[in-house]
Structures are given as C-alpha cells and as structure tokens.
Design a protein around this ligand. Structure first.
Ligand SMILES: Cc1cc2nc3c(=O)[nH]c(=O)nc-3n(C[C@H](O)[C@H](O)[C@H](O)COP(=O)(O)O)c2cc1C
Ligand SMILES: Nc1ncnc2c1ncn2[C@@H]1O[C@H](COP(=O)(O)OP(=O)(O)O)[C@@H](O)[C@H]1O
Length: 311
C-alpha cells in the first residue's frame, strides 16, 4: 500500500480500479468494499486504489461542524495502510473540489489518478451537492470511457454496517456491538492528566484521560470494562465516563480509568483505552463509602468479563 498525497507525483502510476469514501473508522463494511475493489482490479489486470480525504468533507463545507469521528487522520491512515489495496490517494477536500460536479470529479479521477474502473459503495454519493445517483455516474462513465460498478453492502442482522450505525451504537454505550462492526476494539488515545486526587483516598486511583483527538467520538457516559495500554503494556481496567455526581466535581466530563493490579505514577504518559463492554450507568451515591462498595463490585465484574483470575 502506498499512501499518495497531493505533494506526490501521480503521472507514473499504473491504471487503477478504485473506490471513493471518507472511510471513517475503516470498519468491516469498508474492508468488504475494498476487497471487492481488489477483486475487480485483479480480474482486469489493474492496480487497486482507495480515494479518500484527510479532512471530513463536512468540516470543509460547514466550518462550525463538530465531527464525531471514529478515527482521526493518523489512525485512519494506519488502518488503511494495513489493507490489501495498492494505493490510497489522500485528496485534499478543498472548496474548489467541492464545487465539481460528479462528472467533473470523475474526469479528475481519470486524468490525474488513472482510474479506469470506479467501484461505488452501495449508498455512496459524490459531486457538488450530491444531487446525482448511481444511474447518472454510469451514464458519465459511458461518456468518459470509465467502467462504473455498484458494490454490495455488508449486511448483518438486517443492518448494513456503516460509520453512522457504529456512531449510534457507541453513543448508546453498545461498545461490544460497535466492536463487532468495526472488526477491532474502539479506542481513545490521549495523555494522563491531573484529576481531583479523590481516587487514591477511595483506594481506587484513576488515570484521567485527555483525548489526543478532540474530534473523536466519546462513547456514552457510564462504566466500562476496558483494556489500557501504557508504554506498550496491556492492563485490564474499569473506566468511567461522566460527571462524578457523588463527589460533585463540576460539569466537566471526565474519562478516568482505574487500572487493575497497578500502582505506578503515570501522569503525562500516553495511554490508549480500548472499550470491551458496558457495565452500568453512572450513579449518584449518598456517600463515598457506598461508591467504594460499588467500585469493588465493578472490579469483580471486570475480572469476570476479561476472564482474569479472581483475587
Ligand atoms: C469504574 C469507575 C466507576 C465510577 N462510577 C461512579 C459513579 O457511579 N458515580 C460517581 O459519582 N462517580 C463514579 N466514579 C468516579 C469517582 O467518583 C472518581 O473516580 C473519583 O471522584 C476520583 O476522582 P479523581 O480522579 O479526580 O481523584 C467512578 C470511577 C470509576 C473508575
Ligand atoms: N491502579 C491505578 N490506576 C490508575 N492510575 C493509577 C493507579 N495507580 C496509580 N495511579 C496513578 O495515580 C494517579 C491517580 O490518582 P488519583 O488520586 O485518582 O489522582 P487524580 O485525581 O490526579 O487522577 C494516576 O494518574 C496515576 O498516575
């Protein structure tokens, strides 16, 4: 896989079969589509390619748009680079590009990126205002000498796997189902920051996460079984996303993990949190003692869920 950006030359690249999309999250539906592209490319003796954008098109069109992404750019690039396709074209989504009609955009793909076959996602639309549809793309393809194919969707339990479906699962806390659609565990990366130093007094110190990518979707508030990666080592953990109503620490949303069987100082260290299962909603307890009783029960549940020996 070669990642090709706008500063790379494209004249010497071979002809391709390609698909276009945002590929946010690079989930199993995306991989199913890209496998279809690779198959079509192999049948026709072409290279296989993905055309995507480093910035979500809606962020360009609507400057106040607050995306809730499944993957930030370097995560998306990382996930894409593990795929089988030969090239990934990262096209800067500029205002000028957004003004192109579907036909004009197809011409750009043909001229600059040598795309001879376009495999279009089952519901994908492109071009100014996205007013046209698959039949129009086929007609332009005939006029331009470009083959246009509609890809099949990956459907499970009657639902097509899509980024918006996964976002809605994460917003409901359904991380297990979201992970099944993603094909990997949803994660947040960030730095460990200071909290209010209450955790250690309860016997449950918590590492507070400051997310590295503010645009990345934070799953629903509540308590989760997670894996935590610190300096390349994986630990089991229990994570709370919420407002800590028992200690009443203001309105800030906190993302904090108690790492099981761990006692190091990790302030300012990088940490990755991988979501495994939702345990319960955040609650307001009448006392810190009651919260501590609940935290002990949560810890036992995490041990069971992550199949760890009971201590
Ligand atoms: C697994 C877990 C579950 C938690 N559940 C709740 C809860 O239900 N209600 C609540 O008020 N705080 C909850 N908390 C937050 C604690 O109140 C918090 O860890 C404590 O305030 C320590 O904060 P500090 O890191 O700022 O010292 C939970 C924390 C963890 C790690
Ligand atoms: N088991 C653990 N899980 C999480 N953090 C731990 C653990 N043991 C020690 N720590 C350290 O303690 C800090 C958390 O202590 P805590 O009293 O909750 O303070 P804070 O309010 O600053 O988060 C973490 O940031 C980390 O450096």
């Amino acid at each position: 896989m070669r990642i090709i950006t706008d500063t790379d030359r494209t004249e010497n690249l071979g002809p391709c079969a390609a698909t276009i999309g945002c590929f946010d999250g690079v989930h199993r539906g995306h991989r199913y589509l890209i496998n279809q592209v690779c198959k079509v490319a192999a049948e026709r003796g072409l290279h296989s390619a993905i055309v995507t954008f480093p910035v979500h098109p809606r962020q360009v069109m609507q400057t106040d748009y607050q995306p809730q992404l499944l993957s930030c750019l370097h995560q998306k690039t990382d996930l894409i680079s593990q795929l089988d396709a030969d090239y990934c074209f990262m096209l800067p989504f500029t205002r000028e590009l957004s003004q192109l009609s579907a036909r004009e955009f197809m011409q750009v793909l043909q001229k600059h990126y040598h795309i001879q076959v376009l495999v279009i996602g089952y519901d994908h639309r492109f071009g100014h205002n996205r007013t046209e549809g698959f039949e129009d793309y086929c007609r332009y393809g005939q006029e331009l000498g470009m083959e246009v194919i509609r890809a099949k969707a990956l459907v499970e339990d009657g639902v097509s796997i899509s980024s918006s479906h996964i976002r809605s699962l994460l917003k409901q806390g359904a991380v297990h189902e979201a992970n099944r659609c993603l094909g990997y565990e949803y994660y947040l990366d960030g730095t460990v920051t200071d909290g209010y130093k209450v955790g250690r007094k309860l016997g449950f110190p918590t590492a507070n996460l400051l997310p590295a990518c503010p645009e990345k979707l934070i799953p629903a508030e509540g308590v989760y079984a997670v894996y935590t990666y610190v300096q390349g080592i994986r630990y089991a953990g229990m994570l709370n996303i919420g407002h800590r109503p028992t200690v009443n620490n203001g309105s800030d949303l906190s993302i904090e993990v108690n790492i099981l069987d761990f006692s190091e100082n990790i302030y300012r260290k990088q940490m990755r949190i991988e979501f495994i299962a939702f345990i319960r909603s955040e609650q307001r307890f009448d006392s810190l003692e009651q919260l501590t009783v609940q935290l002990k029960a949560d810890r036992e549940q995490v041990r069971k869920l992550l199949q760890m020996p009971v201590r």
